[in-house]
Design a protein around this ligand. Structure first.
Ligand code: OXD
Ligand code: MN
Length: 581
């Protein structure tokens, strides 16, 4: 129940439409969480995992047709199609509303309707924003409790402020033919039907904190980005340097956010603020300040192991929810790349048989509170956020793109971000090594026209007197034999070290047409056995290859031509001319 008239009316209106048996206002208390878990254990929605090795951990097996975000069913419904842009699927808002009303009509009969007030960001932060998700899925409620600040405190803030994002969700019949994820940014509303999977159903995450928030951020003068946030502390005890980094899917964002420095960096510490979403706003001091709007990680399980991300493994042995992983004989969660144990049952609960494919679904997930991460920083709770020293863009590129380079200016950095791309892997039939553009890693998540979004980035830059420096990294270069040239994971600390040294003005860099590169001697390679010539290759700018790349970037950006900011076109022209000189 609430004193906020708009919220009370909306809940009433939704109940009229969906006809639930009962309405439950979520308080966010531990007792409520336990009650919901008990109900789901009783009806089989959750399965108890080994209580000795994994206390408080549960497994959910989703419908096998509902295991991933559905970009082709995700729409941005602005009045004018051009405002959604070529980067989004668009539907007329009236038509979308009608369609969704048809799906939602009577859909909660026999079910409980849960009303979840939540806050994205520290509850007392001016950068935080609130929402209310209405759902008929108790699995969504318990996940939202881990992923957001959910319950009474969020409701109190909504009642104080009077504003909130409205998100209506039903699992419906879990029928892929009756599934839509609709966004109405002009009305700050989300409607999602027919899926119980993470990004489609936990509306605080991609739907609110990226698609709707990016739209809201443009109007209010801030940025909502698909970025991790980490802090690097040196043994000298000086200030912690904070870095936000955007990478497309499957490029190791969670691993980088929880990096453990190699032995040669004895005394250095990497702090985790967030692994997926970053909201940032210019501060009065001319710097860019960032918060992680989330309170949990919804991470991909496969590939998370002792060698790749020991911090993640350590946070997953208590109070976590697993979705679509395999289990061992003694009911421990298991996935490919975990490095220990054997699967007994696969993600669908069948006896494991390699002939059926991987034991854990490749997109199987863990949901866990950020506080459980050994490298978690209390600064994640700071209401004003953390000041950024650097922004890093990156992608998976086997060829051409150097290990690291620095943009010459904020405007050049916006071009570097807008030109971001990643190669498809051998897993995608017929498409090995194909470069896909994914500007700022926001292709699936930007709630408005990319051209306007690039323009907004340029405008934000003008308000910063001490902007973070912008870099591009590529951990994924391969040699002629198809071997990775850079070891990656914890060794990426060496690149972060150079980035911070640049931010502090401690090292020179080498100018090139695409940006500034490290002098070989400035990268700390102590304790690393790089074969002769590899570093030179990793730092080489292949002019002919880059001329072709810049041509492709130009053709991609041409798709936004009508609205593409002139300053961005000028940057592209400048780089292109420098490469031809
Ligand atoms: C995610 C994604 O789940 O980017 O974070 O798909
Ligand atoms: Mn993500």
């Amino acid at each position: 129940m609430t004193r906020n008239r708009q919220l009370a009316d909306w809940v009433e209106e939704v109940a009229q439409l969906t006809c639930p048996d009962r309405v439950h206002w979520c308080s966010g208390t531990p007792a409520e969480y336990q009650d919901l878990v008990a109900g789901m254990l009783a009806d089989g929605t959750l399965i108890q995992l080994n209580e000795t090795t994994h206390p408080g951990c549960y497994l959910h097996r989703s419908d096998p047709d509902d295991v991933a975000r559905v970009e082709h069913l995700t729409f941005v419904c602005t009045r004018e199609p051009e405002d959604a842009g070529p980067n989004n699927n668009w539907m007329d808002p009236d038509e979308a509303r009608q369609r969704m009303d048809g799906l939602f009509e009577g859909c909660m009969q026999g079910r409980t309707m849960y009303v979840i007030p939540y806050c994205m960001g520290p509850i007392d932060s001016p950068l935080a924003r609130c929402g209310v998700e209405i759902t008929d899925s108790p699995y969504v409620v318990v996940n939202m409790r881990l992923m957001t600040r959910m319950g009474d405190e969020a409701l109190a803030r909504i009642e104080r402020e009077g504003t909130f994002i409205r998100g209506l969700h039903s699992i419906g019949e879990l029928d892929p033919e009756r599934r839509f994820i609709m966004h109405f940014p002009e009305e700050l509303t989300i409607r999602s039907y027919g899926s119980g999977y993470g990004g489609n159903a936990l509306l605080g995450k991609k739907c609110h904190a990226l698609r709707i928030a990016s739209y809201q951020a443009r109007a209010e003068g801030w940025l909502a980005e698909h970025m991790l946030i980490l802090g690097v502390e040196s043994p000298q005890g000086e200030v912690v340097h904070y870095i936000a980094a955007a990478f497309p899917s499957a490029c190791g964002k969670t691993n980088l956010a929880m990096l453990i420095p190699p032995a040669v960096y004895d005394g250095w510490k990497v702090w985790t603020i967030g692994d997926d979403i970053c909201w940032m706003r210019p501060g009065e001091d001319g710097r860019l300040w960032a918060i992680n709007p989330e309170a949990g990680f919804f991470g991909v399980a496969p590939g998370t192991g002792q060698a790749t991300n020991p911090n993640a493994l350590a946070m997953l042995d208590h109070d976590a929810i697993f979705t679509n992983v395999a289990v061992t004989q003694d009911q421990q969660p298991w996935w490919e790349g975990k490095g220990e144990g054997q699967p007994a049952l696969d993600w669908q609960g069948r006896p494991y048989d390699a002939a059926n494919g991987p034991a854990a679904h490749p997109n199987s997930r863990f949901t866990v509170a950020v506080r459980q991460c050994p490298s978690y920083s209390e600064r994640a709770e700071a209401p004003r956020g953390v000041p950024l020293s650097a922004i890093v863009f990156g992608g998976r590129r086997e060829r051409l793109v150097p290990l690291v380079f620095e943009a010459e200016s904020w405007a050049h950095g916006v071009l570097v971000g807008s030109a971001m791309a990643s190669e498809t892997t051998a897993a995608a039939a017929g498409a090995v090594g194909v470069v896909r553009r994914d500007p700022m890693a926001m292709k699936p998540f930007c709630g408005y026209n990319f051209a306007d979004y690039f323009g907004h980035w340029l405008e934000i830059g003008k308000t910063l007197t001490r902007p973070p420096a912008i870099f591009h990294v590529n951990w994924f270069r391969k040699d002629g034999a198809g071997r990775f040239m850079w070891p990656g994971f914890g060794e990426n600390m060496r690149v972060l070290d150079w980035i911070i040294a640049r931010c502090k003005g401690e090292v020179e860099a080498v100018d090139s047409p695409i940006g500034r590169l490290p002098r070989a001697a400035d990268l700390n390679l102590q304790g690393l056995d790089l074969p002769a010539g590899v570093l030179e290759e990793l730092l080489r700018v292949d002019q002919a290859g880059w001329r072709q790349e810049v041509g492709e970037i130009g053709r991609y950006l041409d798709g936004y031509r009508e609205r593409l900011p002139e300053a961005l076109q000028a940057q592209l022209k400048r780089v292109s001319e420098a490469l031809s000189a």
